[in-house]
Structures are given as structure tokens and as C-alpha cells.
Design a protein around this ligand. Structure first.
Ligand SMILES: Cc1ncc(COP(=O)(O)O)c(C=O)c1O
Length: 342
């Protein structure tokens, strides 16, 4: 069977021009996963998992989602000609992501409460209704696809292992996938070492970071996770054990950043580098600011920008009243004069 694909992957690895100076990291790179077909890294996993599901005869694919998984599943199900049902926490998904799922023709099912509840309900119903095929990141084929980001980073750096890979952590599927990818490269003899992973959560939704800081082997779920970064607003990450393993094995660091730091990092990535990301995807830059000089200057650091900024425009603050209204050419000229344009 031919893969169900939208030509995902091969996203740009962009070298930082300005944040690198501020952070004292001349070899800082942004892996811009927002350039995937539906605007997030989820597409890497969805091509594999939807192909596998269709191959095994599945007709209805289902997931719970904070937004991006629903957009991605909806697109790949449309491509494959099968039905998609997406279970989303009502009022908690960014409008851009929901409109993608609607446009691609998914059945949208809203639940009360948060993502964790939506996922629990979805997993329960899948165990009762065998015609449903679960597409969340507990589906191992998702991880197989998502790990390819590690292969690309290695190749784009010129077949070199980065020193640090910094990425947001929600349900913890992606950090597990990234780690699996790098470990396989080492097992295959292509690299002699492994990167240090830096897993970043939002401070209102940071059960993995909390456990890491306590030195605990278990997480304490956060009942009401809160953060502007809706993609990682998750209190009980289903793959937390895999994340904890990845962090331990990589000698990694887990840290939480505040909403203010996230919004600032998002603004700076856009206005300093020309890369517009959704809030969750700015957490790595906020984390590097927190880490300050702890990351050695000569290190090759890759931040994974997981999702596109257009998906979540509500968190961009723009006051229309502050922008001048142009009446005629002379007022346009005088406004431009303020910018020293002749
Ligand atoms: C943009 C974005 N970044 C990060 C994540 C976190 O990925 P994971 O849930 O696999 O940890 C998600 C998950 O929805 C996401 O949509």
C-alpha cells in the first residue's frame, strides 16, 4: 500500500541571527516544524499512523486533542478517504486549529473539562468500540513518524549530533520520539554520542518538571492545568514515564517557564528572527533565557518550533487603536516620515 502522505517533513533548520547573540549561543538553530502540511510536527507521525490504520482496514480514526493532533488527523483522514472523529476540550482549543479540523471534514466532539478528561474518555470508548482506531501518541506508529525529526536535524547539521535539543513537552509523546530517533542514529553507528534534551513545560502545567525538581520517580498530576500555551495545557501526560527516561538517559534538564516568558519569547522569535510560532513552540527560547550561561557558548543548540503562529492568533496582542488610519497620500507620507522613509 502506498503511504498516506501530504509530503510532510524536510522542514527548514534555520540558523538564528539575533537571539543567538542575546543568548551567547552562536550555533543556535530553529527547526521550523510549522512548515509541515498542517502547520505542526504532528504530520510526521500522522502519515505513518494513518497509513497503518488504513492498511489494517480501519474506517473511523479518533483522537483527543489540544488542537494540532485534530488538525493533522483530519487532514490525513481526508487524504485517505476515511472518517475522523476528534474529541476536544470545549473552549480550550485555539480557533485556527479547530477551523482546520472543520475544513478537513472531521467530526468535532466537544467535552467539558480539560484535555486529560477528553483523552480518558477517548481511550475508554476505543476499548469498547473496536471499529474505532486510536490516533493519539500512545499509538506507536505516531512515534515512529515523529522520530524522523532527529534524523533530519542530524543531516541538516552536516551529519553532526547537536549538543542540546530543546522542545516543549505536553503529553510527552514528542520528547520520547525525538529521543528514540537520536538513539537509533547512535545504535546504527552514525553518531558516537547523544544530545542533551531540555524538556520545557508551562509553569501552570508542569507535572514532569515538578517531579524532576523533586527528584521523584512519579508525577503528581495537575488537576487544572493553566497556561496560554494551549497545546501543552496537560496535567496528566500519558507518556510521562518515557519522558522521564529520555531526560534521565540524556542527562537532560526539565524546566518550566511562565506565560509572560512564553509570550515574550514568541514575540521575539517573530520580530527578531522572522519565525512566527504558536505559544507552546516559543517555550524553548524562554527556557534558554532561563538557563542563561549554563549552556556552553560553543554548543550546537536546536530548538524545535513545533507549531505555526497562525494557528493561535488570539494570544498576539495588537491594539488597532494604536495604528494610524491613513486618510490620503499626504497623511501616508507623514506617517512614513516617522519611520525615516523618504
Ligand atoms: C505545538 C505543540 N507543541 C508541543 C506539543 C507537545 O507535544 P507532546 O504532547 O507530544 O509532548 C504539542 C502537542 O499537542 C503541540 O501541539
Amino acid at each position: 500500500m502506498k503511504p498516506v502522505t501530504l509530503e510532510e517533513g524536510w522542514t527548514p533548520l534555520v540558523r538564528s541571527r539575533r537571539l543567538s547573540e542575546e543568548l551567547g549561543l552562536p550555533k543556535l538553530f530553529i527547526k521550523n516544524e510549522g512548515q509541515n502540511p498542517t502547520g505542526s510536527f504532528k504530520d510526521r507521525g500522522m502519515t505513518v499512523s494513518v497509513t497503518r490504520a488504513v492498511q489494517s482496514g480501519a474506517k473511523v480514526l479518533i483522537c483527543a486533542s489540544t488542537g494540532n493532533t485534530s488538525a493533522s488527523l483530519a487532514a490525513y483522514a481526508a487524504r485517505a478517504g476515511v472518517k475522523a472523529a476528534v474529541v476536544v476540550p470545549s473552549g480550550k482549543v485555539a480557533a485556527g486549529k479547530l477551523s482546520q479540523a472543520v475544513a478537513y471534514g472531521a467530526n468535532i466532539l466537544r467535552t467539558d473539562g480539560n484535555f486529560d478528561r477528553a483523552l480518558n474518555l477517548t481511550i475508554e470508548i476505543v476499548s469498547e468500540l473496536p471499529s474505532l482506531y486510536l490516533m493519539n501518541s500512545v499509538n506507536p506508529y505516531r512515534i515512529e513518524g515523529q522520530k524522523t525529526v532527529a534524523f533530519e536535524i542530524y543531516q541538516q547539521l552536516g551529519f553532526v549530533c547537536p549538543d542540546y535539543v530543546v522542545l516543549p513537552v505536553g503529553n510527552a509523546g514528542n520528547i520520547s520520539a525525538v529521543w528514540k530517533g537520536f538513539k537509533e542514529l547512535k545504535e546504527w553507528g552514525m553518531m558516537s554520542r547523544l544530545p542533551v534534551l531540555v524538556g520545557v513545560q508551562a509553569s501552570g502545567a508542569s507535572p514532569i518538571v515538578d517531579a524532576y525538581e523533586r527528584g521523584s520517580q512519579e508525577i503528581s498530576p495537575v488537576d487544572e492545568p493553566k497556561t496560554v500555551a494551549s497545546a501543552i495545557r496537560i496535567g496528566n501526560p500519558v507518556s510521562w514515564r518515557k519522558a522521564a527516561n529520555a531526560l534521565r538517559e540524556s542527562n537532560g534538564v526539565a524546566l518550566a517557564v511562565s506565560d509572560e516568558e512564553i509570550i515574550q519569547a514568541r514575540e521575539d522569535l517573530a520580530s527578531d528572527e522572522g519565525i512566527f510560532v504558536e505559544p507552546a513552540s516559543a517555550t524553548p527560547i524562554a527556557a534558554l533565557r532561563r538557563l542563561g550561561g549554563k549552556v556552553e557558548r560553543g554548543s550546537t543548540v536546536v530548538c524545535i518550533a513545533t507549531g505555526h503562529g497562525l494557528k493561535d492568533q488570539d494570544s498576539v496582542h495588537w491594539n488597532a487603536e494604536e495604528s494610524p488610519v491613513i486618510g490620503d497620500k499626504s497623511s501616508l507620507k507623514s506617517e512614513l516620515g516617522r519611520l525615516s522613509i523618504n
